[in-house]
Design a protein around this ligand. Structure first.
Ligand code: NDP
Length: 331
């Protein structure tokens, strides 16, 4: 079997560009004992992958140059020499950025596609949803009746988090880029929305949306958003620092905001987190999510780009805001 896959040509500085990637055709070997061959149906492209393209080690090592990149993927077993999986089974893996692969069966996670479509395991029911859940539940410790600001509210983590926070009884304000995205964010339950691209003073816009201030801020963006959060958080406010996408393509480190003294004066608590350190919450997450879904409180959202050859475009689209909900590539 042949498979096309995406390689990184060189480590990046600044914005990712199409010439940074190559599409390469390879042979997929037949499975040996204990192995399966899987045809991917969807692969995930995520902002954190930008860090892996810089050649430096963050919380995860860099991609290897001239080799297929890794990432989340869901696919269907087409051939099996492993007792735990048979053709037709669906699995979740980190063998993304490729159409098909052969791998040991015991390293793959079988998924149940009878209740949810396979791609949900890359979005609302996967690490994306889990990230929103961990940030809100454990890092912020959001309480009923509190007001939370969700940044990048129309994105994958953001749109999941808005719905989770509403299901927990919170008041949610959200920021997103453009009228269409703001309408979407409202449609999934946000109480107030700010189009940050249309506002010259984000602090004033957040104050207008939440006149009594905000108890918690879910940080996905950084930069100007972080500054506005420090300005608008109430005394004892909490920040879950999940991501700072505004900074990922910076060639040079950006200047630090000058209102950091609010951290002291307002006794703020800021905590970063990486979702993979919180897998002990997986059982709670799946249980609570299932209940919310059964009660009709959750609408999964995704943007689907077709074809492995368009995976680099889909990835670059995360930085221009091309996605609403989870950005996926359908293979
Ligand atoms: P998104 O689906 O939110 O995609 C990115 C979105 O960010 C875009 O659609 C765009 O929305 C917004 N954006 C892009 N560039 C900028 C910019 N310069 N300024 C403001 N907004 C921008 O991605 P995810 O939901 O997957 O990730 C959201 C954040 O969470 C990221 O920072 C990511 O790194 C982080 N993350 C962290 C994890 C962890 O374990 N800590 C795990 C998963 C994700 P718009 O059009 O509205 O501007």
């Amino acid at each position: 079997m042949k498979s096309r896959e995406v390689h990184l040509n060189a480590y990046l500085k600044g914005d990712p560009r199409p010439e940074n990637y190559s599409i390469v055709e390879t042979d997929v070997p037949a499975p040996g004992k204990g192995e399966v061959t899987v045809r991917n149906h969807y692969i995930s492209v995520d902002p954190y992958m930008r860090g892996r393209m810089s050649g430096i080690r963050t919380y995860v090592g860099p991609f290897e140059i001239g080799k297929v990149m890794e990432g989340g993927a869901v696919g269907e077993v087409v051939e099996s020499q492993y007792d735990g999986l048979k053709p037709g089974d669906f699995v979740n893996s980190m063998f993304g950025w490729r159409e098909a692969y052969t791998a040991p069966g015991d390293g793959l996670q079988k998924i149940d596609v009878s209740q949810l479509p396979p791609q949900a395991y890359l979005g609302i029911a996967g690490l994306t949803g889990m990230t929103a859940y961990v940030g809100i539940k454990r890092i912020i410790g959001l309480k009923e009746g509190e007001t939370m600001w969700m940044s990048a509210g129309a994105g994958a983590v953001g749109s999941a988090g808005i719905q989770f926070a509403k299901a927990m009884g919170a008041n949610v304000i959200a920021t997103a880029g453009g009228r269409e995205k703001c309408d979407f964010v409202k449609s999934i339950g946000a109480d107030a929305v700010v189009d940050y691209k249309a506002e010259s003073d984000l602090t004033a816009a957040i104050q207008a949306a939440a006149p009594k201030g905000i108890d918690a801020y879910f940080e996905n963006v950084g930069g100007t958003h972080f500054t506005a959060a420090l300005n608008t958080l109430k005394q004892y406010g909490r920040i879950a620092a999940c991501g700072m996408i505004q900074r990922y393509n910076d060639a040079q480190p950006a200047a630090i905001t000058d209102n950091l003294t609010f951290i002291v004066g307002k006794s703020l608590r800021i905590q970063g987190f990486i979702v993979t350190d919180h897998f002990d919450m997986m059982g709670d997450f799946i249980k609570e999510l299932s209940g919310w879904m059964a009660a009709g409180k959750i609408t999964p959202a995704e943007t689907v780009i077709e074809g492995i050859e368009n995976a680099p475009d889909a990835f670059m689209g995360l930085f221009s805001g091309r996605n609403t909900g989870k950005m996926l590539v359908k293979i």
